[in-house]
Design a protein around this ligand. Structure first.
Ligand code: UD1
Ligand code: CA
Length: 461
């Protein structure tokens, strides 16, 4: 019996009032839809994840790649219709499936697992996950009869003012018998204020057939946030930020002003790390023990070694080895690998380059497409000239090399071990081991060049 998870992500997200399709919006720099698919996968309960796409589907497909099955809903005629278009892709109707909206990023694998076991234990044909929230505006309300059993789900726009007082809502997550689901969907119409096919209408259709319908009440109501507009996005993001930061602090990570610190869900931070304000650490980053990060720092998809200090800097797709100092105002990107005990300082950019141990570029340098050895001093204002307008070229620098200030290394070029490059040189030839290279105009002093001014000239000034 094959188990399917269906995620609805075809909608435009009109209420977001912006260009990006809603489910692609990021929380802590990771798209909403990626959270949902990851959490479904973490629950280990499903053989296939079907994602319904439509509006700007290429954006969603770009995020998820080929990890899921896509079903295209050409016209967004409602949540019921979105599930209906999946029918030809469901090869096995015998089991149960789960349906999740693509705008519910905080629902986690624990909730998914619990809803499924509740569904099985109580032998439901349909389980609706509900919760109570303070401000239920926009959500479908759960209408119960006098005995407390589910009567129906009324959408916000269809609800009377007294129904709108009900704080129990439909989270939009369901576990349902697959065969009964598709039989019931056939009968859903679009006779409502929005002229949409509402998935929620299957409740009454299934009741007429005496199918067993129940609810699973979610205690952690924040996990049910449906992100319909940018305000809800900020609330969801704040909740997730707090949850992640709290877990890290309890595990021995110090955070100064944690509300200004954003740590992505997949980031690993070891104990004894100190994070200063206004810092973002996102993607698949790892921060090893004893590091000090921030303030005002962004680290994405990077690995930071033990006892590294990194302040006022940007680090993307890069690795920094132990005991190195980065910043202030450094920019490491595109596969930079900085060795141990380095100092990469003020206004230094390092792109797609590596350094050995104990190397320094303390001020105002550009290092691009370079391999640099141990104990190298890369002087203030020195750069690798790696680009001729068409192609990029490599610079190779050996060990124990001193590069003076304001040196241009025109790549491709190789500077061998133990050489010394005089300040102000522009080099376009390799430098052999142990050499002094000097390539600049020599200074000429023309003595008595400046005329002495006459007293009359002084008066004119
Ligand atoms: C839906 C529920 C509501 C529930 C709320 C929970 C219905 C009719 N209403 O309302 O009861 O309280 O979620 O957050 O189901 N989508 C498609 N194709 C479509 C329409 C929507 O794929 O034709 C997708 C959207 O991209 C979105 C999800 O389905 O990810 C939910 O749609 P949305 O318009 O946000 O529904 P709500 O009005 O929030
Ligand atoms: Ca929604």
């Amino acid at each position: 019996m094959k188990k399917y998870a269906i995620v609805l992500a075809a909608g435009k997200g009109t209420r977001m009032k912006t260009e990006l399709p809603k489910c692609a919006y990021p929380l802590l720099r990771k798209p909403m839809i990626a959270y949902i698919v990851e959490n479904i996968r973490n629950s280990n309960k499903f053989d296939e994840i079907i994602v319904v796409v439509g509006h700007k589907r290429e954006v969603i497909q770009d995020i998820l790649g080929d990890t899921v099955t896509y079903v295209v809903q050409e016209q967004q005629l409602g949540t019921g219709h979105a599930v209906m278009v999946c029918k030809p892709y469901i090869k096995d109707m015998n089991g149960d499936c789960i349906i999740l909206p693509g705008d519910m990023p905080l629902v986690d694998d624990i909730v998914i697992e619990k809803a499924i076991s509740e569904h099985h234990d109580r032998r439901h044909d349909l389980t609706i996950v509900t919760t109570k929230i303070e401000d239920p505006e926009g959500y479908g309300r759960i209408i119960r009869n006098e005995s407390g059993y589910l009567d129906s789900i009324i959408e916000h726009h269809e609800a009377t003012s007294s129904q709108r007082m009900i704080s129990e809502i439909n989270t939009g997550m369901y576990v349902v018998n697959t065969k009964i689901l598709f039989e019931s969907l056939k009968k859903v119409t679009n006779q409502n204020s929005k002229n949409e096919y509402y998935l929620t209408d299957i409740v009454n259709i299934m009741q007429q057939k005496n199918h067993v319908i129940g609810t699973y009440y979610l205690l952690d109501s924040y996990k049910s946030i449906g992100v319909n507009d940018l305000y809800a996005l900020s609330i969801a993001e704040a909740k997730l930020r707090l949850k992640i930061n709290k877990a890290l602090m309890i595990n021995g990570v110090t955070m100064i002003n944690p509300e200004t610190i954003t740590i992505g869900q997949n980031v690993i931070i070891e104990e004894n790390v100190i994070i200063h304000p206004n810092t973002y650490i996102t993607g698949n980053s790892v921060i090893h023990k004893g590091a000090q990060i921030g303030p005002n720092t962004e680290i994405h998809d990077s690995i930071i070694g033990e006892r590294v200090t990194c302040k006022h800097s940007l680090v993307y797709n890069s690795t920094v080895d132990e005991d190195t100092t980065i910043g202030p105002f450094s920019h490491l990107r595109n596969g930079a690998h900085i060795g141990a005990h380095n100092r990469i300082g003020n206004f230094v950019e390092v792109k797609k380059s590596s350094t050995g141990t104990n190397t320094k570029a303390s001020h105002l340098a550009y290092i691009g497409d370079a391999t640099i050895g141990n104990n190298v001093n890369f002087g203030c204002g020195s750069i690798t000239v790696n680009y001729d307008g068409k192609n990029k070229y490599q610079t190779t620098i050996g060990d124990d090399v001193f590069i003076g200030c304001n040196v241009n290394l025109i790549a491709p070029i190789q500077i061998d071990d133990n050489s010394f490059i005089a300040a102000g040189s522009t080099l376009n030839k390799n430098v052999p081991k142990g050499s002094l290279a000097i390539a600049r105009a020599f200074q000429v002093n023309k003595e008595n060049y400046m005329r002495e001014k006459s007293p009359n000239e002084e008066d004119k000034i």
